[in-house]
Design a protein around this ligand. Structure first.
Ligand code: GLN
Length: 488
């Protein structure tokens, strides 16, 4: 069955001409058609375009063109990543009809690697949320239990993978939006080091925190996707002056002797037993593979969430000022003057959570409050960096849970934004400090819901994280239960 094959195998099958890209595209489009009524993982799929582009790749390969590292592999792209000629809505009403005239660097790189852009996936509006319930176009559901959320904000990308609607997907992570949905949907997700992947064409949310990251159904596929999108980009002034790396060839290295830190603060109260058990079991496996487990301290962890929910809204309030109804997107048409037009457009175009962030962000930056809030949060970031710097003097990487609980029910946290924010408690610090972090499946709860293990490493240690994750994935060889979407 084509839709069950890993991306690396699909690529080989295409490169050796055992499968055509058109056959492959048909298989995934069929799967999307079957699953979407239950899931709503995609906001835009254009089958004719996908089949036309598949045909073009087939033709080029037929003429003897060299097969790229992602030849013919379909990739689902989160809808806050710019795609030239394909609507990019950020799941917001304000960009409901925005068709970008240019290409993001990541999508350009995907195309250069031979990949097929399959469609655009659902998200919390502009990436603001942890459940995909803040999409202006309705929530995505979790393929393991359709009454539960897939996480967010890259919930559409994670759900599409878990339902096998796509073999690879791109997400974005400002405070956990790749890792938390990866954990909730039982897939692998990576938040690269800040600057590792170009942000050119990523619709900005929190510019000092945002990174695009790969989602995949196994570690090797995630490594493949990361190596195709990483690297310096002159179009992004914050992009690191580092070339990409052959992450795949480094997967096989040894893990024996590595020191793995377990931050005490990640296992304290608030962590549910259903998550703790599989995470601790996975850590034991690392130990039996020859890693040395050590307890470490990240004493200022408790400031992470508060700092994040000041910095991210502050940057968002400034980034979202551009949606004024003048240049692109939605515009209210019944206005008397310019100010009224701004007000009506923004009141109607943005959803409740986005407005909340804009208000919080404007407040913490306003004169008289900036010292008390924004500057304090910036200081907390420094202190957190110190915590990690000290921890990495003792250990090679850190391991713990990705989320405090398994996937929650739709509607369970929508009435209380603070509760929703708490689900990011283990993920936001990596963004504040710019570190790479990875989430991988490590087991299932008694209710058959996936649980994620999270690894953090020093800046630019993606290869190490992938190597450890790959070895652990082999060792665990999880046998997932049948998912709800397959029972349907
Ligand atoms: N859930 C977090 C938030 O709502 C993180 C979002 C993200 O990483 N894009 O801000």
């Amino acid at each position: 069955m084509i839709h069950l094959m890993p991306a690396t195998q699909l690529r080989e099958a295409v490169a050796s001409r055992r499968l055509s890209v058109t056959e492959l595209a048909r298989a995934f489009l069929g799967r999307i058609e079957a699953c979407e009524p239950h899931l709503k993982a995609f906001l835009t799929v254009q089958p004719e375009r996908v089949l036309r582009e598949a045909g073009e790749i087939d033709e080029a390969l037929g003429k003897g063109e060299k097969a790229g590292p992602l030849a013919g592999v379909p990739v689902a792209v989160k809808d806050n990543i710019i795609t030239r000629g394909i609507r990019t809505s950020c799941a917001s009403k304000i960009l409901h009809d925005f068709v970008p005239p240019y290409e993001s660097t990541v999508v350009k790189k995907l195309r250069q690697a031979g990949a097929l852009v399959l469609g655009k996936t659902n998200l919390d509006e502009f990436g603001m949320g942890s459940s995909t319930e803040n999409s202006a176009y309705g929530p995505t559901r979790n393929p393991w239990d359709l009454e539960r959320v897939p996480g967010g904000s890259s919930g559409g990308s994670a759900a599409a993978l878990a339902a096998r609607e796509a073999p690879l997907a791109l997400g974005t992570d400002t405070g956990g939006s790749v890792r938390q949905p990866a954990a909730f949907c039982g897939v692998v997700g990576i938040k690269p080091t800040y600057g590792r992947v170009s942000r050119y064409g990523l619709v900005a949310f929190g510019s000092s925190l945002d990174q695009i990251g790969p989602l995949a159904r196994n570690v090797r596929d995630a490594a493949l996707l990361l190596q195709c999108i990483a690297g310096h980009d002159p179009c992004d002034s914050t992009s690191a002056a580092r070339p990409s790396q052959d992450f795949i060839s480094e997967l096989g290295g040894p893990v024996r002797g590595l020191r793995v830190g377990m931050p005490r603060q990640w296992f304290e109260k608030g962590l549910s037993e259903e998550v703790r058990k599989p995470v601790e079991a996975a850590l034991q496996r690392l130990e039996s593979m020859g890693c040395r487990l050590e307890e470490v301290d990240l004493p200022h962890t408790r400031y992470g969430l508060a700092a994040y929910y000041i910095v991210a809204p502050a940057e968002a309030s400034s980034n979202l000022a551009r949606y004024d109804g003048v240049r692109y997107g939605y515009r209210n048409s019944s206005h008397q003057d310019l100010l009224e037009m701004y007000r009506a457009t923004r009141s109607q175009g943005f959803g409740a959570e986005v407005k909340r962030r804009i208000m919080v962000g404007t407040f913490v930056l306003s004169s008289g409050y900036i010292e008390a809030y924004y500057k304090k949060a910036a200081q907390a970031r420094q202190i957190l960096s110190e915590d990690f710097r000290k921890a990495f003097q003792k250990v090679d990487l850190l391991a713990g849970p990705t989320t405090p609980t398994p996937p929650f029910r739709l509607g369970e946290k929508t009435a209380n934004p603070l509760e929703m924010y708490l689900s990011d408690v283990y993920t936001v610090t990596a963004n504040l400090v710019g570190l790479p972090a990875l989430s991988m499946p490590c087991g299932f709860t008694p209710e058959n819901l996936p649980v994620g293990l999270q690894l953090h490493g020093p800046h630019f240690s993606e290869a190490l994280l992938l190597r450890v994750a790959n070895t652990l994935e082999d060792d665990l060889s999880l046998q997932p239960p049948q998912s709800a979407i397959d029972r349907n």
